[in-house]
Design a protein around this ligand. Structure first.
Ligand code: FEO
Ligand code: CA
Ligand code: CA
Ligand code: CA
Length: 573
């Protein structure tokens, strides 16, 4: 395709080279400023950032490791930015690197997780944080929320502290996001397994193993001070995480709602679209090697004239999982959505599914039961502005073609897939509720200088736009596809010439991809949202590893970056 690739009319900026510098770079004519960083005060009387801050301070400050985010306009000069705070880094959160954490340390860690809702105001034409904003809110790992939908009140969700099975404390490992046409924010719980552990050595059954839950956590040590994270003592607590949570950002007193109808897995984002017939459709990736890609279709229909009366459309509906098949042509084929409904497709008591709640709580096992395709870590999904094409990043998968359970398949055709790819599908007749679709691979990242065949990448990859591990993606209003990376930034060997993690911009009509932004040392670039006029773009720098953004000997702090064009124009033109 490369030779015939016509020059994109959508992409108006000069591509930038790779970088290994500890800074953010953008094209000539653009500017990138830090809007807000981990630990910045977001309430009027909140203390300033210091590594010595305690739990109470952190609960009034911007959370750590910002990821997915959504810009909600309030007026021309007022807005609310909802931002996920995925996780923490012990070595930066504490002065003592997280050794032998105290009860206050554990609470501080929990307070650095969740979601930050931050009002912005325009001062001299530029957006700044407004600590006086009445919608400012922190949602943390201990904020009370409600379980809704078919799994609410199920025995698998009941705990000693919550015999109702519908009152859950907190959300954490909030990876990416989504938003609804009725004005709510969706935050997605990803690697929740990493927070459960036990003082005792215990062997947990296969429904735990499938989600990576064991008696050792990923080092957070919450179980030492908050008993509900001791999985031996409270084995149902892990069932209460791994969900999509819906938040009403316009009511700081509202109770966030976990939406069980969307299934329990390691959620990346929630790409919501309204089908032509009014059904609300949500596409969702489960980011783990060999896991699956899902679709939810609401039972009810969206009616724009009903406003907030649409607000419970995610409470009930049908969940599906994708099966991809190949064709005579390489890198394209057909697909089918397999229904995950109790009593259908072998989801029966004999196979371990006594009811619909079990199907949803153990969605991964249900997906295996119905014969879903194992994927190369499905991360973000994005629906094109035409509402007829959907894209998903398959970030990488070192197990592909290596583990017997993850053989090569048409949609995941590369052994170990070190560079990742972006798959695209078109629902039959442009109808997102249809059971079938056609797919192709929009881009296979690779290294055309060092590799050959599939490892070189598709024709739209060249020495000037190489990258690896596509992760965050999103379309702007004009239909530009923004691609963010979370990959190998060694700039050596198979990744030589790729530099730090970055953001690129693609014209999905012509296939052209240009590098727009390079991030600081060791970071990943993740999270994107725009103002309605597309003249300010917000982008996340997560887990920088040197001294960004302060420089000098400052400790690194994850930050939201604000990109503007010097001539005030639309970003990307
Ligand atoms: Fe939180 Fe799969 O990235
Ligand atoms: Ca990600
Ligand atoms: Ca990733
Ligand atoms: Ca991340």
């Amino acid at each position: 395709v490369a030779g015939s690739m016509s020059k994109s009319e959508l992409l108006g900026f000069e591509a930038i080279p790779t970088s290994t510098a500890d800074t953010v770079s953008v094209p000539a004519g653009y500017k990138a400023d830090v809007l807000v960083s981990w630990g910045d005060p977001i309430f009027a009387n909140a203390p300033a950032f210091s590594q010595q801050n305690n739990a109470d301070a952190q609960a009034q400050q911007f959370g750590d490791n910002n990821d997915g985010m959504t810009f909600f306009p309030l007026a021309n000069d007022r807005a609310l930015l909802a931002v996920n705070n995925e996780y923490i880094n012990d070595e930066y959160l504490f002065t003592h690197s997280g050794e032998n954490i105290s009860a206050d340390d554990a609470r501080k860690s929990q307070a650095a997780h969740g979601v930050s809702l931050v009002e912005l105001k325009k001062v001299d034409g530029r957006w700044v944080v407004n600590p006086q904003g009445r919608l400012n809110r922190r949602i943390t790992a201990y904020t009370e929320m409600a379980m809704t939908g078919p799994a609410a009140s199920h025995s698998l969700l009941k705990t000693a502290a919550d015999p109702s099975g519908q009152k859950i404390l907190g959300t954490f490992n909030n990876c990416a996001n989504g938003e609804t046409p009725w004005g709510t924010y969706l935050t997605c719980e990803e690697n929740f397994n990493g927070y459960f552990a036990s003082e005792k050595t215990v062997t947990l059954g296969k429904t735990y193993q499938r989600y990576g839950i064991s008696d050792s956590d990923w080092g957070y040590d919450w179980y030492k001070h908050d008993e509900r994270f001791d999985v031996a003592k409270h084995p149902n607590e892990p069932h209460r995480f791994g969900w999509v949570v819906e938040i009403d950002p316009m009511d700081p007193n509202s109770t966030p709602k976990k939406r069980s109808a969307l299934g329990r897995f390691k959620h990346e984002n929630a790409a919501l679209t309204v089908n032509d017939d009014g059904h609300v459709v949500v596409y969702m990736g489960d980011d783990e090697r060999g896991e699956h890609l899902y679709k939810f279709v609401s039972e009810g229909k969206y009616d724009p004239s009903k406003g907030r009366a649409n607000r419970d459309l995610l409470e009930n509906g049908t969940l599906y999982v994708a099966k991809f098949t190949g064709s005579d042509d390489e890198l394209k084929g057909q697909g089918e959505w397999l229904e995950l409904t109790f009593g259908k497709n072998g989801l029966t008591p004999e196979n371990g599914f006594p009811d619909q709640a079990s199907v949803l709580i153990f969605a991964r096992e249900a997906a295996t039961q119905v014969g879903a395709t194992t994927m190369d870590r499905p991360e973000w999904v994005a629906v094109h502005a035409d509402n007829k094409h959907v894209f998903c990043t398959l970030t990488n998968n070192k197990h592909r073609g290596v583990k017997d359970s993850q053989p090569l398949n048409a949609a995941n055709p590369r052994t170990k897939n070190p560079y990742g790819h972006i798959i695209r599908w078109a629902p039959t007749q442009g109808d997102h509720t249809q059971a079938t679709f056609e797919w192709d691979i929009f881009v296979m990242a690779g290294h055309p200088e060092k590799q050959s065949g599939l490892m070189a990448g598709t024709d739209n990859i060249n020495k000037d736009n190489m990258f690896n591990s596509p992760d965050g993606i999103g379309f702007d209003r004009a239909g530009r596809l923004w691609i963010q990376t979370d990959g190998d930034y060694s700039n050596e060997g198979d990744f030589a010439g790729m530099g730090n993690n970055q953001m690129l911009c693609a014209d999905t009509q012509t296939g052209e991809i240009r590098r727009f932004l390079t991030g600081p040392t060791s970071c990943e670039i993740t999270g994107l949202t725009f103002t309605p006029d597309s003249r300010t773009m917000f982008v996340g720098v997560q887990h920088p590893g040197a001294h960004f953004p302060a420089g000098g000997d400052g400790i690194p702090r994850s930050s939201v970056i604000m990109i503007t064009k010097d001539d005030g124009g639309v970003i990307g033109t």
